[in-house]
Design a protein around this ligand. Sequence first.
Ligand SMILES: [Zn+2]
Length: 413
Amino acid sequence: MPFTPFHFGITLLLFAVLPFLDPLSLFVGAVIPDIEGITIVFIFPYSGLPLHGPFHSFLGAIVLGVITGGTSYLFLKHSGLRNILDETLSMSFTLKKSIASALLGTFSHIILDAPLYRDMSPFWPLTGNLFLNVVSPFTPYLICVISFITGLAILLIRFRHSEQFINRLNFTNSVSRLNWRFVTSFFLIMFVVIGGAAVSLFFLFQENENFSGTLLINKQPQFEVGQKFFYRTNNISVGFSEYYYAEDIFTVNGTREINGPEYYEVIRNYSFHFIEDHVIYGITDDVSNLVENFYYNVENGTCIGKTVNPGSYSNEDSYATDVAFFAPWMLGLEENLKWEMNDEDSYRSYKSKVLGREKVSSISCFKVKMQVFYKGNLREVRNYWIDCERRIMIEEEVLGRFGVDHYKYLVET
Ligand SMILES: [Zn+2]
């Protein structure tokens, strides 16, 4: 999406070398697929829907191309613009030409986006992106910039040698000949239709749920001394590059008594693994020196915080939900539960609900959706799959405003 204005570059070049195209269809067609991402960011944020979904596919490009071309043709015809362009520039437009121009625009969009975005499926409904990373992420940008400059140069040269054109183009006269009543109605209708759809979708999908359920512990932590839980994340992108993945290993080191109750001491070893030649940030070696200890009450799983020094605990999130492997709330899950947690120390609150049961690699899990608020504002949504028996996390998916941020999954225990 930050890429949207760059799409104009390629269309400028296309129009410069193929001046008989319908420029309106071509230019609108080249940016229209990004309506998809804009809708998701503003209307369905944190939904986990891909920003580059069905409308960023060749099939989507055909649908959008036909709609854009058809609308553009109707606009040209009824606004009077078609006649003006025909008389001044000898440009003639047909419905077929408008649709073909729009298709050129939408297809150029898909081709330029395809190497950049992992969430794109160019051959949707088939999933997967064969074109991902086939060229460097900077190549599409470079192509757009070079096309813009070349296109502009060609157009300027063409106009300079076209005195006929300059003489014939009488701007004031053209403006007065436009069918302004049609033009105004057209934009008014577009505004009402698009705005109305956006507002109703927004309110339709607002969640006004009651999260007042009570989390009652129905299981005990089931750890064994010496047990290990090994997790890995997907490849995490920074900017354009897939940059690193992380490994998170939790070892149940033993039990210890702290001010009376007995706790499991769990040692966490978190490491980043950088992916091959993506060393643009100057770090090439794997970093694996984040070690933390967690203490979980043997009876009820309560976490007394994390520390590297068992003398002082930092209770920065008493629910320890960031450490997805285990959290005390996992012991109270049951079907249809909706509950809220407030951690005043960290200014965070959580609204969670059990969506149902799902199997993940043949393990029966509770699927839990958790909305995370910081000072009352929604910051992210997490989906957890928690083993119904062992009450540990099997998989976690973190959704940010712009789609799936990352996910983490259990590799082995
Ligand atoms: Zn796009």
